[in-house]
Each structure stands twice: as structure tokens, then as C-alpha cells.
Design a protein. Sequence first.
Length: 377
Amino acid sequence: MLYLSTIIDNFVRKIILIFCFTAICFCAKTIDAVDNTEKSKTYSVNQDSDFIGEEIKKANLDYCMTFCSKLGPVYTVIPRFGSPRCHIFDPSNENKVEPDDLIKNRETITDIIMHHTGCDLGQTLKIFSNGQNPFVNAHFIVTETGDIIQMVDPKYVARHAGISEFRGKESYNLFSIGIEMVNTGFKINGASKNVNMTEIAKLTEYPKKQTESVFNLIKFLCGEYGIKDNIFAHGDVAPTRKWDPTSTFPWNELFSQEFGMGVSDDQIKEARQILGQKMCLRSECGKRCFDQTFYALLRCFGYTVLDNDVSKDINEYKNDVHNPVMAFLAHFSRNGQDIEQLREPLVFADLCHLYALCKKYPTGNNPNIDALIKSCE
């Protein structure tokens, strides 16, 4: 009897040990306190009933849960190296737009690029992870409810910006972090591939929960990588191809929290005084001077403006959504305004806003800004 009792006792102990080990492994996979100051904090989640987790699993991706005191729960997609679904692209594949886009640990991260997905979360995950488009991804996705999904570790390059150039720098994938916000962008009247301003019916708003989460993520990343001003729109760095995240993303609110670029009312007032003294805008000559000055200041600030475009009437030119004028309006002088306001012709206030930006944020090869102002004299 004593021998049998010992066997049973050992068996029970083994069962308890196995149960404890299993529980520890489960917790280690789903709960990870990434902030050292909050390692004792936990976050429990039922993956079987969790919507975000289910969407990730539907895309045939594995993930784990992490918790950051500054961000809350973060869904981190586990990479599958060597798979066509691998969210870090294979440099041996020749189907690349930029030949210098490579897998590597990056030494320098200087910028954050904001995007909207143009579709729902499920479709976004499929696009970012399946073999149909293996070279499109971003470091983070923020859902409409404010949940954060990390698709690519920021130490790696992600393919989110494409062919890009802004403020004297090119190939933004190499040194930037891409944040995709789940947002359809805009509804259009018609099915034109090259969207014209007249075809857009309405711009999609960003829910408060989403923007709050995005702001927290931006602040966290800025603290990690020493970024402050260099937070740009996809439309800023690729204006002839993209317009996201449109004017409904609250850039002004972000700037009021001292992140990203912007100018004060006083700086715009000063620009108004300078330009008002130098320019005459009441004649046909004045209209040409306005257009030429606007194009010159766009280039001065860092936007890509093609030589063939500077001879165009600037208000006709901006009717195509994908151009640097619309990128500037959406991010800066008409941020927060809907499509009807964006359709309105450019005015002196827009020019003053652009001039103030050029004054405050000179690029490395900035010429004499005042020499760019065209007058009828």
C-alpha cells in the first residue's frame, strides 16, 4: 500500500508540474510587459473570442500579446522567415521598386510616415501578409477602435512608402516607420483610377479612439528614436501617387501637442505682412506671380514639383488629387476641412501658410526664400 501511495503521489506531483508549466508558457506567449517600469502589470485576453486576434488568424498569421504601459495591449505578428507570407520581404526577389530596399537592422530611424489603408482591417492584413502582394507592409496598423498591431519590428525596413522623395531625402522606406490607420479614405462618384477632385463625394473621418491611440504610438516612437518634427503624410513624400491620410487626419491637433511640423498664427501673420508688401495680386499678372511663387515655395519646403507642371494654372493642377498642392493643403493650411473646402481655389492665406513653413523649417539647400517671391514690378 505504501508503494502504491508513493506512485500515486509522484503521479499527482507530475500532473501539477505539467499544469504549471503549461500555464506559464501560455502566459509568456500572450502577456509580455515590454515596459520595464510596468513588468508586474498583466493584460489577459481570450484569443478565441477576441475580434482583432481572430482577424489576424484569418490572415493565416501567428501573433502574441504584449502590454506597454504607454500604449496598452499590442498585437505583435510573429514573422515567418522564408515564407511568401513573411512580413519582412526577401531581398533575393527581383520584383522590387527600390533596389536598395533590403532586410537589415537599421542604425538610423529619423521619420514617421502616416498612411490610411483604403480598406477594412481584414483586407489590410491579407494585403500585407499574403503572396498576392508580398512587398507591401507597414510597421504598425491602428484599427478604428484604437487597437495596435505591430506587423514589422521597427529595426527592419518595411515597404510602406514606395518611391518617395521629400525635403531633400529619398527612399523613405530605409529610415522611416510606417503607421497605417484603418480608414477607407474617401468615397468617389465613378470608378476612375486617377481620381479627380470632382469625383470625390466624401472624406472618411478618423474616430477619436483611433486618433488617441495613434497619438500615443507616435509619442512612444518619438521618445524611442528621438523624432520630433519629421512626421509626414504618405502624400507628402509621394505626392504624385498618394494622398493619404487626407485632410481628415488631425495634423493640427498633433502639432498642438508639439509633434510634427506646423506654424503659429503669429508666424502666418508675419508672412502675410511680408508677402503683402512684395506682391500685387489684383491683376492677371498678379495671378501668374501667385502661381509661380506658390510652385517655388512648394519646392523650397521640399515637395517634388515637376518642371512640366510649373507652367500650369495652379488651381487646375490641384484638381488631380495626387499632386503636391493637395498634399500641402491636406496636411497644413486646410487640415481638418472636408472635400468641399479643398475644392476651393487657392487663396492668399494658403500662400502665407506655405511661406511661414519655409521660413520655420529650412531644408539643407534652401535658397533665399524672399528671392522666390514673384512680383509684377
